[in-house]
Design a protein around this ligand. Structure first.
Ligand code: ATP
Ligand code: MN
Length: 442
């Protein structure tokens, strides 16, 4: 820490014990209000704001001159004495000895940071650095940080090992439709759409329980409020487990994440005006068949057995479960084998359905998971019957031939987890630099 530039963040100043202390703060000029006899400079840092008060009669003329000339959003340091002031933000004001301009901002600014004018999402994303200076944007990313911290803590505590799988791969995980091809020397390669195949191989490696938090790439062309072309996936795989075991890990993790965010990001939740309700465990489980019945009895659309749930039908079922059971999160289990990926384990007695699940928020899918097929020949047949060429899966299938334990796992979209937690409408709001159909920069 450059102690000569900062001794405290605004949030570290406690006026009840620091009245009269000398501090040095560093940050941005949020506002300058010159009222003639008195001038206020509001300094803003990552955690909040501090009011610097300059009384004309008492302040050195040069210092006052510097303060008055400050341009909004310039970077400054302020060396000052803390003075208790119940009317000021944070309950204190700063009486400055020195104000130093480190870097002046140009004007006009590319967007407003005061929150007085609500800028369009595109404008905000074009100047994301500026947008991040707004309280509400900072709050979202502090909450995302606490979410991921809680996920890691939870999984590590449950014995999961943190791993990293390659993002440049030779084969599609689930078929070639939604892949970004890249040039890898003189060969074609792809950006990985999921760590699925690799985390399963790690089960054959005996790591037993692994998790990965990393990017997934999906070349989906659609432009929706819940899809990105580069997203962050929280993935686990666990040996000697079935789908019920990993559903229990998932619901407990979600509930833990909510309670940690509530505790550790209380201030950020307040900035966003959110009273977070921690979802109760266990989450209700309904079968795919029951979900279809709910959709078909609500009449907005009619689905046949074997159809995937559309966004509209997800909303119908979510609203129904919320109304009838009061649950914001629930599982849809026992999906038709045909509409789940080849690696989902079919039930022995009813192979047309699989030991698979989706974990849903009232408004959208948050996670998909399953017990996996761990039997080589069965897996190879499933790959073929989904129209894929098993040759491309040699490196994967090989791991199933020399002692693969039964295993299960899931993947949760980090952005969807955060957006549903905060009631954010557009997924782009919870990623720093979203990648979508139109946006590749910044
Ligand atoms: P959907 O049907 O909602 O597009 P999916 O079933 O294709 O999702 P999965 O392959 O099951 O997605 O991926 C597991 C999780 O990863 C999803 O439940 C979701 O939370 C997240 N996810 C998948 N694709 C995207 C994406 N394009 N953008 C953001 N999150 C995604
Ligand atoms: Mn899914």
């Amino acid at each position: 820490m450059l102690l000569n530039l900062r001794t405290h963040y605004t949030s570290q100043i406690d006026p009840s014990v620091m009245n009269g202390s000398e501090v040095k703060l560093a940050g941005w000029v949020h506002e300058v209000r010159d009222l003639g006899g008195i001038c206020f400079v509001v300094l803003r840092d990552r955690d909040g704001r501090a009011q610097v008060t300059l009384v004309k009669k008492k302040t050195d003329a040069k210092l006052l001159e510097t303060a008055k000339k400050l341009v909004r959003e310039s970077v400054i340091t302020v060396t000052a004495t803390v003075k208790t002031e119940p009317k000021a933000p944070g309950g204190y004001e700063l009486i400055p000895m020195e104000i130093k301009l480190l870097n002046e901002a140009e004007s006009p600014l590319p967007m407003d940071t005061t929150g007085k004018v609500e800028a369009e999402l595109d404008t905000r994303l074009d100047s994301r650095f500026m947008d991040l200076r707004r309280d509400k944007t900072t709050a979202i990313f502090k909450i995302r940080h606490e979410t991921l911290r809680a996920v890691r803590n939870y999984l590590i505590d449950k014995g999961f090992i943190d791993v990293t799988s390659p993002k440049v791969v030779a084969t599609a995980t689930e078929g070639g439709t939604s892949l970004f091809p890249i040039t890898y020397f003189d060969r074609e390669a792809f950006l990985n759409q999921s760590p699925q195949l690799f985390k399963q191989i790690l089960m054959a490696g005996g790591l037993d329980r692994v998790f990965e938090i990393g990017p997934i790439f999906r070349a989906e062309e659609h432009d929706t409020r819940k899809h990105l072309n580069e997203a962050t996936s929280i993935d686990i795989e666990a040996s000697f487990c079935d789908h019920f075991d990993v559903m229990a890990i998932l619901e407990n993790m979600i509930s833990y994440v909510y309670s940690q965010v509530k505790e550790k990001a209380a201030r950020s939740l307040e900035v966003l005006g959110i009273d977070l309700q921690v979802p109760e465990v266990p989450f209700p489980k309904i079968t795919y068949d029951e979900a279809l019945k709910i959709v078909n009895s609500h009449g907005e659309e009619s689905l046949k057995w074997g159809d995937d749930l559309s966004t509209l039908s997800e909303n119908t079922v979510g609203a129904y479960v919320f109304k009838e059971l009061g649950a914001s999160h629930y599982f849809i289990i026992d999906w038709p084998t045909e509409i789940k990926p080849f690696y989902a384990m079919p039930y022995e007695d009813r192979p047309e359905i699989s030991k698979s699940f989706d974990m849903m928020h009232r408004t959208m899918e948050l996670s998909s998971g399953a017990q996996r097929i761990h039997i080589h020949d069965m897996l190879k047949k499933r790959i073929e019957s989904q129209g894929l060429n098993p040759d491309g899966f040699d490196f994967y299938l090989k791991a199933f031939r020399y002692g693969m334990p039964p295993h299960a796992g899931w993947g949760v979209g980090c952005e969807r987890l955060v957006m549903t937690m905060l009631g954010v409408e557009n997924i782009r709001d919870v990623v720093l630099f979203p990648r979508d159909r139109r946006r590749l920069s910044p």
